[in-house]
Design a protein around this ligand. Structure first.
Ligand SMILES: [Fe+2]
Length: 300
């Protein structure tokens, strides 16, 4: 195994300072999860990969979207990162993730600074790849945008083949649907701390085959915290991509309101503690990225 961790960039601080929208942050978390899963497989096959650099690059690759969603988000993002003093090797991820990278000529033709923005390092290739895999509709949209015969589109396909070759093939993907509940009591909400990773989350879990989302929400609350819960309205939906058991999982969450109507609080083996917290305190907790959108749902 050859992995190394580069000197850390405080990505959370940079994202906050640049006022990167929550939707872009969640996408970047998904890209990070995919990129790290791929990077670990590449490393396990004997290649040298800097996991810290992959992580920082994935989390910051789209900061330019705080300013624009057009092609200029790449060059703009790199410029914003350089202004924040982010090391050049990290700033480059903003420039090199667009399509499969651009030559200086292609960048100039799009009205971007005429500079080489091709992903060259193994870390840049992995993040560019993960960005494409994060949304399977992306390749189709790129086909429409760049044209199937364009050098830019052919470069994307070549990059995907190259990264999958280094990783020993495509990662298997699975999807599941989960019910999540914001259980309320006296104006406070129940959050549970996971054993690993040590993040706070709302009770919930996979909807079993044939089960309704509401049934799953009630069952999961009882299993995870011993409470009988009257499940209310849908507060919103969200989704996340992460690695589980060597596969990439895309989980779609249906988030319900709920009231505790019976039972006694007790934890399952998955969690180490439980707390009832007010809306303000919720945002100061270290929440899992699937739980973060719920704080906004509760504000509405
Ligand atoms: Fe992206």
């Amino acid at each position: 195994m050859s992995t190394r961790r580069s000197s850390a960039v405080d990505t959370a601080l940079v994202l906050r300072k640049l006022d990167v929208p929550e939707g872009v942050r969640l996408h970047s978390e998904n890209v990070k999860e995919i990129a790290l899963a791929v990077a670990r497989r590449v490393a396990a096959r004997g290649k040298r990969v800097d996991l810290g650099l992959v992580e920082a690059g994935a989390l910051l690759h789209d900061v330019g979207r705080a300013a624009t969603h057009g092609p200029a988000h790449c060059s703009k993002g790199a410029e914003m990162l350089r202004k924040e003093g982010v090391p050049e090797k990290v700033a480059r991820f903003a420039e090199t993730h667009f399509l499969g990278g651009l030559t200086a000529g292609e960048a100039g033709a799009l009205g971007l600074p005429s500079k080489d923005s091709i992903p060259h390092s193994i870390e840049e290739k992995i993040v560019c790849y993960a960005d494409k895999v994060s949304d399977s509709g992306k390749i189709l949209r790129m086909h429409g945008y760049a044209g199937g015969n364009s050098p830019a589109y052919k470069r994307i396909l070549k990059l995907m083949r190259e990264v999958e070759g280094m990783a020993g093939g495509k990662l298997e993907t699975v999807r599941d649907f989960d019910a999540m509940v914001a259980v309320e009591k006296g104006g406070k909400y129940l959050v549970l701390k996971r054993k690993s990773p040590k993040i706070w989350e709302f009770p919930g879990g996979a909807i079993e085959w044939g089960e309704s989302p509401q049934q799953a929400a009630r069952r999961e609350c009882e299993e995870e915290c011993g409470l009988k819960v009257a499940v209310g309205k849908v507060l919103g939906t969200t989704s996340a991509v992460y690695e589980k058991g060597g596969k990439l999982k895309h989980a779609v969450y249906i988030v319900f309101s709920g009231k505790a109507v019976g039972g006694k609080l007790r934890l399952s083996r998955e969690h180490t503690s439980a707390r009832w917290v007010g809306k303000k305190e919720l945002s100061s907790l270290s929440l899992g990225f699937n739980a973060r959108p719920v704080v906004d749902f509760l504000k509405k």
